[in-house]
Design a protein around this ligand. Structure first.
Ligand SMILES: Nc1ncnc2c1ncn2[C@@H]1O[C@H](COP(=O)(O)OP(=O)(O)OP(=O)(O)O)[C@@H](O)[C@H]1O
Ligand SMILES: [Mg+2]
Length: 457
């Protein structure tokens, strides 16, 4: 009702002031009328009595006049009559100081003095009438008007409040509730105002706004669903492409040794060999190619399922030092400096993590031209341990980065790389609950970082 007070108060106060003014002027006018009528009555009565008393004075002297005045007073009709004298004669003095030839109101009475004729110098009739009944009437009128005024005010305020509540506050409350529902996400909410006025217009606008919001929200939901579908399709396509690359890689890597094995098998079957020595040589070739294929298959298995981890707290500097010494000959041949530094330990399967580090260091040496260097740094902090392999080699082209860990992804020429090293390393590190990060700067070098959690997962 705060707004109701703000709307109601000024008009109510104004009406109150106007009604008070009207009442006050009305009662004052009535008071004046009363007084005027009383004066006229006194004037008429005084003139009539003055003639009679003059007569009595002339015929019987002051005593006769006074006796007549006494009788007239006894007969009084609400007006008291007395003979008074301001001076010489032994008549009583006027009740209050008279106004010569006039009248006066004092102490709740109206006095009128009418002088007698020349026969009775200084004598006058004093008429006295109470103004109390008129005053009482006026007081009652004032009271009546006051009560009426208050009743009118109360009724007006109540009516205003009722009308305002129905036409303004109730619709506003509905709109507030509606706005809250919309803010809470219920976009089907409507204010539903039917009034044909400004408030109704506002309600209709709010409803239109909620409708527009609902339309936008529906559109957004549809677009999100569409995006979802497209992303799913893309992921599916990427998966298919990966599988395609994997299949092509397997076919390519196994195809050559298989052909060699088949050719030698046929030669032996048909005994197209020159003698035992050649037969043995063919058999050796078959065994070597089969071993190569078995190696590829083992690596593939390592990638898919690195096998049961045998974890133990391991000094990572010893582990990486071991890997570095296995590759020291390769590094020397390539003219690449290889060094290990730092400190740290982790609870890992040493054989498998060493395999992962071997793959990273081997790649780093492959990528680094003679005169460059490969640095292996071990570190440990409360969050875990890391092994960083940084080289000053070729770096990796941006379009290759996303495919580095895919099986059979290689940029090396046939026979120099199968593209399984990084995918195997990835499988091993993932199995340890860790991750491999890559930073590369094409033309300047790359850094591969194995991050292992402290507590084994
Ligand atoms: N340090 C590096 N610098 C530049 N390129 C790298 C580096 N490490 C890996 N690569 C790129 O990633 C490819 C994939 O590496 P990955 O070890 O999986 O296979 P690979 O070395 O080609 O063959 P494999 O390791 O099976 O003998 C590499 O062919 C090479 O192009
Ligand atoms: Mg490799």
């Amino acid at each position: 009702m705060r707004l109701a007070w703000k709307v109601n108060l000024p008009s109510t106060l104004l009406m109150c002031a106007a009604l008070l003014l009207l009442t006050f002027t009305g009662v004052s006018r009535e008071e004046g009328l009363f007084d005027h009528e009383m004066r006229q009555d006194h004037a008429v009565l005084g003139a009539a009595l003055a003639g009679a008393l003059d007569d009595a004075w002339t015929r019987g002297g002051p005593e006769a006049a006074q006796a007549l005045a006494g009788r007239l007073d006894a007969e009084h009709l609400g007006v008291r009559v007395r003979l008074v004298s301001a001076g010489a004669s032994n008549l009583p003095a006027p009740a209050v100081e008279p106004v010569v030839g006039g009248d006066r109101v004092a102490d709740g009475w109206r006095y009128t003095w009418v002088p007698l004729g020349d026969e009775a110098p200084g004598a006058a009739i004093e008429l006295r009438e109470s103004v109390a009944p008129a005053m009482a009437y006026l007081a009652a009128t004032r009271l009546r008007m006051g009560v009426l005024l208050l009743t009118l005010l109360a009724a007006t305020a109540a009516l205003d409040a009722w009308v305002l509540d129905r036409t303004v506050f109730r619709p506003i409350r509905r709109m507030v509730a509606h706005a809250r529902r919309v803010a809470a996400g219920n976009l089907t909410s409507r204010a539903g105002l039917t009034a044909v006025d400004e408030i109704g217009d506002l309600g209709a606008e709010l409803d239109r706004m909620a409708e527009a919001l609902q339309g936008t929200a529906n559109r957004l939901t549809e677009e999100a669903a569409l995006r979802h579908r497209v992303t799913d399709q893309l992921r599916h396509a990427e998966r298919l492409a990966s599988i395609g690359r994997l299949a092509a890689g397997i076919a390519h890597e196994l195809g050559t040794p298989l052909n060699v094995v088949m050719a030698h098998g046929h030669r032996l079957e048909r005994w197209e060999v020159a003698g035992e020595a050649e037969a043995r040589s063919s058999g050796r070739t078959v065994a070597q190619q089969a071993a190569r294929m078995a190696g590829i298959v083992r690596q593939l298995l390592d990638f898919a399922r690195p096998g049961q981890l045998v974890r133990a707290r391991t000094d990572l500097v010893d582990l990486t030092g071991q890997a570095a010494s296995l590759l020291s000959t390769k590094a020397r041949h390539a003219g690449v400096a290889l060094e290990v530094h730092g400190a740290g330990a982790a609870c890992v399967d040493a054989r498998q993590i060493e395999q992962a580090v071997l793959n990273l260091v081997s790649n780093a040496i492959d990528a680094t031209p003679a005169g460059g260097e490969v640095r292996v740094a071990v570190a440990e902090d409360p969050d875990g341990a890391s092994i960083e392999v940084a080289d000053t080699g070729s770096g990796i082209a941006a379009e290759h980065v996303a495919h580095l860990f895919e099986p059979f992804f290689t940029t090396k020429e046939v026979g120099r790389g199968t593209g399984l090293g990084l995918s195997v390393s990835y499988g091993i590190v993932r199995e340890h609950g860790g991750r491999i990060e890559v930073d590369t700067d094409p033309g300047h070098g790359s850094t591969f970082r194995i991050v292992l959690p402290t507590s084994p997962t």
